[in-house]
Write a protein that binds this ligand. Sequence first.
Ligand SMILES: NC(=O)c1ccc[n+]([C@@H]2O[C@H](COP(=O)([O-])OP(=O)(O)OC[C@H]3O[C@@H](n4cnc5c(N)ncnc54)[C@H](OP(=O)(O)O)[C@@H]3O)[C@@H](O)[C@H]2O)c1
Length: 410
Amino acid sequence: MTSAENTFRIGLLGRGTVGGAFATLVPEHADRIEVMTGLRPTISGVLTRSSGSFDEILKRSDLIVELLGGIAPAREYVLRAMRAGRHVVTANKQLLSQHGEELWDVARSEGVQLRFEGAVAGVVPVIRVLQESLAGARIDRVHGIVNGTTNFILTEMARTGMTFAAALAEAQQLGYAEADPSEDVDGRDAAAKMAILARLAFDTPVHLDQVRYEGIEQIQPDDLEYARELGLGLKLIGTAERIGDALSVRVHPAFLYPGHPLASVSGPFNAVTVESEAITEITMSGPGAGGPQTASAVLGDVISAMIPPASTPPTTAVLEIVQDVTSAFYLHLEVADEPGVLAQVAQVLALQGVSVKSVVQKGLGDQARLVMVVHPVLESRFFAAMTQIARLDFLRAPPRAIRVLEEEFG
Ligand SMILES: NC(=O)c1ccc[n+]([C@@H]2O[C@H](COP(=O)([O-])OP(=O)(O)OC[C@H]3O[C@@H](n4cnc5c(N)ncnc54)[C@H](OP(=O)(O)O)[C@@H]3O)[C@@H](O)[C@H]2O)c1
């Protein structure tokens, strides 16, 4: 039997995929948590669209777990809970990437905790590592595969040669993609997560609107096939990196050479690589989503909140966010099978200062293709060259380009 004094009351907002799993997990772990913390966690109320009242739940709770998703009414409930002196745990990346500064300010001024490990990379403890373990390191770059749906699709396309549409249908069938997968496949979900990681890694405000993102809908099976011959594998990569005194945060498909720490992350898994001179490089990987997995990250946050303290400190810098960065590229050209084609392409590239690292010429006649990887160059110069190449009369289809991540640490 547990007396009211040693009970820790959790108000649960949302009982969907993650909230439902969380409601199951709490009683399963209550004995263990009571031994660890001296307090026995209980769910004191649950809010869904059809049941529960936020005001009633707030009155009866020591901590609020927000698993509604979206901005409204989640933002209002999280703010009201903190202003009423309650700790809050959330997995809501859209909310934090658009209203994080407001929420973290209120958490600090009210002296309550706002924890959000489940918001990025599911159960992979990347938030905690950035906030606590690496608080003493000056981080230079964070790379992440932070969307399991797209990683599953790209893995299947590479493994079987299937189209994007077929791989997406398979992901939906297996429960790795939602009925409406648009925010996953267009890169916006990963962009929200990268905004949160960048905020923590670089102590600077980063809003979702400042993150450039591209998705994977345009990837063709033959891009993967040709790239394999060049030793490359494709991932949807989120990057946040210092460039001089500024910061670039972006999400786009990128080819990786096999030695890159993210190259072997396949299927619905997530991984994040943190690079800093002091630590060289740390990679964390694991299941990126799923009800029970994310609920376990949420419960970890609840236990941490039961044993204080942790907070997101105020930003220490306002870094300019730059949009034009240096990248290597894979370039895929469907060309007429005639002499002089490679020389003309090379000339256009050279005029923009783009130099070629490797090239393969494939096929004959209607199947002739020129596939190359170019050395890192300012993206604006590469795209200027691509616009000129698109006008060359021997091109049979618009050129296709995908970034390539060069491996260099420290
Ligand atoms: N699913 C994952 O694998 C995963 C992974 C990481 C993070 N997350 C994040 O976790 C959060 C929850 O995701 P989920 O997949 O569990 O969502 P979900 O399955 O759609 O569940 C949402 C829950 O919130 C309730 N709800 C939504 N709007 C409401 C409103 N206006 N008033 C009252 N209740 C409302 C729903 O009520 P009804 O039951 O009445 O519909 C449902 O119980 C999101 O922020 C998501 O981004 C999810």
